[in-house]
Design a protein around this ligand. Structure first.
Ligand code: SF4
Length: 252
């Protein structure tokens, strides 16, 4: 949805024409490597091994250095989760867990033909008292005090539709570089149904409208991080158009 709203051309490259990304951005590669290491560590792989598994995804020395800095946050996070699990009665831990709903918000299989909205949660903890915590790892720069994004609210909709017995849930953004987890206030199913589901449906409709006119380009500063920028004429104009000015013109 975010892609469709930001740039319909990018949406078409990625999801309609399904063109493999000609260029993978370094941040995306580093983010994937950090997610791999965190996933392995949460599933019980010894830390050194989990970190090596993530690092092996990178070949560039600078990216490896950045990964090494970020991965120092993995041990404290795993330790924190361990403490949290000892304090609370966790029924299930779900890592990289796939969720999907139909258009009537009933749960379905992730790859089912009737899946209308899907998401993969980085980590979720179902407690014995029917409460739930969902965590999303962020390897980029932390936006202090940022509101929980549409992405997290989408996870809340998926979670409440999937686990019907959940009475309360928390959403947490794990800022890997900052070693911080930013939690929402607790949400109850009624609020998710009454506020977040309509928001989600509005966002889906807005995204569908944005791409309904075809692959319109919407260049902006985000083109610098677009994996398809080498294929996109709008990006070339945005990034490389020469600027001429008249040195005798005092107004300049
Ligand atoms: S380079 Fe910019 S305009 Fe072109 S597809 Fe990517 S985001 Fe859209």
């Amino acid at each position: 949805m975010a892609t469709a709203l930001r740039c319909p051309r990018l949406f078409h490259f990625r999801y309609v024409e399904k063109i493999p990304e000609p260029e993978v951005m370094p941040e995306a590669r580093i983010g994937k490597a950090v997610h791999t290491a965190l996933e392995a560590a949460l599933l019980g792989t010894p830390l050194a091994e989990a970190t090596s598994k993530g690092r092996a995804k990178l070949t560039d020395e600078l990216e490896q250095t950045r990964f090494d800095q970020l991965s120092t946050g993995i041990a404290p996070f795993v330790e924190r989760i361990g403490q949290f699990r000892r304090r609370r009665r966790v029924g299930r831990q779900l890592v990289e867990y796939k969720l999907a709903v139909r258009d009537d918000m009933s749960a379905t299989q992730f790859y089912a033909g009737d899946a209308y909205f899907r998401g993969i949660v980085d980590a979720a903890y179902l407690f014995d008292d029917d409460t739930l915590a969902v965590v999303d790892h962020k390897s980029g720069v932390r936006w202090v005090g940022s509101a929980m994004s549409d992405q997290m609210e989408g996870y809340a909709v998926l979670a409440i539709s999937t686990w019907r017995n959940v009475r309360r849930l928390w959403l947490g953004l794990h800022w890997v570089a900052e070693r911080a987890v930013e939690w929402t206030r607790p949400l109850e199913p009624g609020e998710v149904t009454e506020r977040l589901v309509p928001n989600l449906l509005d966002n889906i409709e807005a995204a569908a409208l944005a791409v309904s006119d075809g692959p319109r380009t919407n260049p902006g500063y985000w083109c610098d991080r677009c994996a398809y920028r080498t294929m996109c004429p709008a990006s070339r104009e945005q990034r490389f158009e020469p600027v001429y000015y008249d040195e005798d013109d005092d107004d300049l």
